[in-house]
Write a protein that binds this ligand. Sequence first.
Ligand code: G1P
Length: 293
Amino acid sequence: MIRNAIVPVAGLGTRLLPATKSQPKEMLPVARKPIVQYVVEELVANGVGDILFVTGRNKASIENHFDSDPELVRALNNTNKTDLLQEVQFEELNANFFYTRQRQQRGLGDAILCGQNFAGEQPFVVALGDSILGLHGRSKTMGRMMQLFEERRASCVIAVEEVPLDQTQHYGIVQVAEQCEDYCRVGNLVEKPKPEDAPSNLAIAGRYVFSPLIFDLIRRVQPDRKGEIQLTDAIQLMCEEGKRVLAVKLPPGECRYDIGNFPSYFETFVEFALADPLYGEAFRETLKRLVRD
Ligand code: G1P
């Protein structure tokens, strides 16, 4: 049973300025919740309740969001807004939140290394704090990844999604060594290759399950041109050492919502708002009118 997750949220969010000038991109709302809340709910739904956020400067609002707020609770109680009260009482999630800081922007691999003492000798999940899997964060992928990790005694299981071939330079891309039922064994990985150098169009989709072996491999990775330690390079070392690295494709109907830039943020917001049980229908009418005019 995997209980621990590392959620890196230290990125500067420069592609979302000015919205992210003084607030973390992970706190941008998508319909009614901030992005990071969907990520936490996905983890908790999979029994992963000990969650370490690797933060940076300007990320305090993430900590505040999951903390209790007695004044707000009192105000909602006094006005009988019990339905809203339920929405903000994260104690009920049965999760423990931990926080540490990545002091310098040295890449995703370095951010994960900040969680080494937290993870200890146990396997753990990594969930990128700016990616939501599945509409409203309802995803089957992580459960399957954890199951495979244990059943196949893997060292790493990655979620992957198909992307258009001309987009490979935005993602870590995997090369399939052997195709099995609904997963594959990974032979090699390359971080953000040009389309002509990409070994496939299967992109790493922001969710990983790792054995603690990964920490030693991250330490061996050389910084890239930008001085960043790439997590993908550490997984490549894992492959080179003959360890079992598996990839699970997001099942049909499930996609990854990447909140890294404005076009995908707008699209995600609209899709989630349209599916909102309370406001979705009225919003659909508004949207139709706006598109018509
Ligand atoms: C990171 C990873 C990349 C992965 C992507 C989306 O890149 O380095 O391998 O495909 O997340 O999950 P970033 O978007 O942080 O540049």
